[in-house]
Design a binder for this molecule. Structure first.
Ligand code: NAD
Length: 491
């Protein structure tokens, strides 16, 4: 356990709160305190709290899920008064260790749901942030909030709510009844237009509960969008032991992350906000432009690394990057395909962003898994690669790397790599019809997969021919030989 009383006696190399925690009170409530929140928003807030007049902007962490992991997290964080350690690893050189102090209260909702609602109704809470995961928004494939989800249906039926949307709606109802201003709702999940997504979900729930209240929420609550970035891996028992050995602390809830951090936020808050711009947060009206760069560069190159990389026999990101075939493929994709088509914000250099990305991927401390990045590729590829593919083909550009990626994804569905090793394929959106297309001896038919629908590539004879040829070559000679030829032909 980290003991708050011993903060001042930590070794000088360990960062610690640069403010008096005893004076800090919560102004932000965060729903679902995952590792990412602790490595990202809580770190920015740790800096904000050192600014004069900001002691009212501490974080109240709230765990919502009634599962063992969340009970253990609550016990750990409450036992340490919200303190925890973060090791931030640069791609090379010495990691930075810090004890973060911005979470000043922690509540586990299933243990005391009324306490959570009472705190969220408190006028001191002016912003509610969320990282409830992509699935936590409870949206179907058409973007509609699922009112028939069992947990949502239970909340709608009455009693104290348990879901994030039930809890926020009830807290807002109480605030309205008491004449208290509402809080801003700020989603920090990795979703396109996350402000719009959380607004749609909350309003859908509220309308089903109380149409009049929903009208008030729509008129009064702000839902700014934001773009968040910092690779924060899960912490298993071995990581926990390793981190504590490295820091010399006895932390019940240590985390680690890369040193890179970015937060770009739309400046639309309905009840004040801390001066985050003074600690590195960018405020803009053009979150979409940043989001586009992130999706088409970071997320798309993750896909470009993952499907070819797995077929080549790689499983870990930085080890894949040590393979010159993968590194060169990514460099070419970013600088020749994705990068030139971007409408990047003026403050952003796409070339620098690319170099930084490649260096982040080479970071040996992160150990991210290619199979984790690959999972549900059929949902991710359309979000991350489709726009670039369509633009490249439309402009008559060099489509070869994208045709190769789609060929690799189709071959990846077989679950066996160049070396004959089998790997698990987690593709909930790939059904029987897709599997039949991927198995058809007419290899071009694979472009009919649901994941590639509407991309505009199947209508392009040159793209179709290259895709089929890459698939044939992967089957006959392997992905490595195919990629080697592709890179040689391009260079
Ligand atoms: P995590 O597993 O550490 O935490 C996820 C939290 O969400 C847990 O507290 C869990 O109980 C809660 N949760 C899960 N389903 C929920 C639901 N239906 N309703 C409410 N709470 C729910 O994961 P993490 O690394 O903190 O990532 C969380 C999210 O943060 C991601 O889904 C992503 O949107 C965003 N993000 C993560 C990273 C990263 O590198 N980890 C980077 C950028 C953005």
């Amino acid at each position: 356990m980290i003991d708050p009383a011993t903060l001042s006696s930590l070794p000088a190399s360990v960062g610690r709160p640069a403010y008096d925690r005893s004076k800090v009170t919560a102004g932000i409530a965060h729903l679902s305190v995952g590792n990412f929140h602790r490595a990202h928003q809580a770190v920015y807030m740790d800096k904000v709290l050192a600014l004069p007049g900001h002691e009212g902007w501490g974080i109240l962490g709230i765990g919502l899920m009634d599962v063992e992991g969340e009970r253990a997290k609550a016990q750990a964080l409450q036992g340490q008064k919200g303190l925890y350690s973060l090791v931030a690893y640069p791609p090379e050189g010495t990691p930075e260790v810090a004890v973060v102090g911005s979470i000043v209260e922690y509540l586990h909702a299933p243990a005391d749901p009324e306490a959570v609602l009472a705190r969220l109704a408190d006028p001191a809470i002016r912003i509610v942030t969320l990282t409830v995961t992509e699935g936590g928004y409870n949206i179907d494939e058409k973007g509609r909030f699922k009112l028939d989800d069992p947990a949502v249906a239970r909340d709608l039926a009455g009693g104290l709510p348990a879901t994030s949307f039930g809890v926020m709606t009830e807290a807002l109802r109480r605030r309205r009844a008491a004449g208290t201003r509402p809080f801003t709702v700020l989603s920090c999940d990795n979703l396109r237009h996350n402000g719009g997504v959380v607004k749609n979900a909350l309003l859908s729930y509220a309308r089903a509960k109380d149409a009049d209240l929903a009208g008030w929420i729509e008129a009064e609550v702000a839902f700014p969008s934001c773009m968040v970035d910092r690779i924060t891996p899960a912490v298993g028992p071995a990581d926990k032991a390793r981190l504590n050995a490295e820091t010399g602390l006895d932390d019940a809830a240590p985390i680690f992350a890369e040193d890179f951090i970015q937060w770009v936020v739309e400046d639309r808050f309905c009840n004040g906000r801390p001066e985050l711009e003074r600690v590195g947060v960018e405020f803009t009206d053009a979150v979409d432009a940043y989001e586009q760069v992130k999706l088409r560069m970071l997320n798309a190159s993750h896909s470009m690394m993952t499907f070819p990389g797995i077929l080549l026999g790689h499983r870990i990101v930085h080890l894949a990057m040590q393979d010159p075939l993968v590194d060169t493929l990514l460099e070419q994709f970013l600088s020749r395909d994705a990068g030139p088509l971007l409408d990047a914000p003026p403050s952003m250099s796409v070339g620098q962003y690319k170099d930084q990305l490649l260096s982040r991927y080479r970071n040996p401390a992160i150990g991210d898994q290619l199979l984790r990045i690959a999972s549900d590729g059929a949902s991710k590829l359309p979000q991350f690669v489709q726009d670039t593919a369509r633009d490249v083909v439309k402009a008559g550009g060099d489509h070869r790397r994208i045709a190769f990626l789609l060929a690799c994804f189709t071959e990846y569905l077989r679950g066996v790599d160049d070396k004959g090793e089998h790997f698990p394929v987690v593709e909930p959106m790939v059904g029987e019809a897709d599997r039949a297309l991927a198995a058809d001896p007419d290899l071009a038919k694979g472009l009919g997969l649901g994941a590639f629908k509407g991309w505009g590539v199947a209508e392009h004879p040159g793209f179709v021919a290259d895709y089929a040829a890459y698939r044939a070559s992967i089957k006959d000679r392997g992905a490595a030989a195919t990629l080697k030829d592709l890179l040689a032909a391009v260079a």
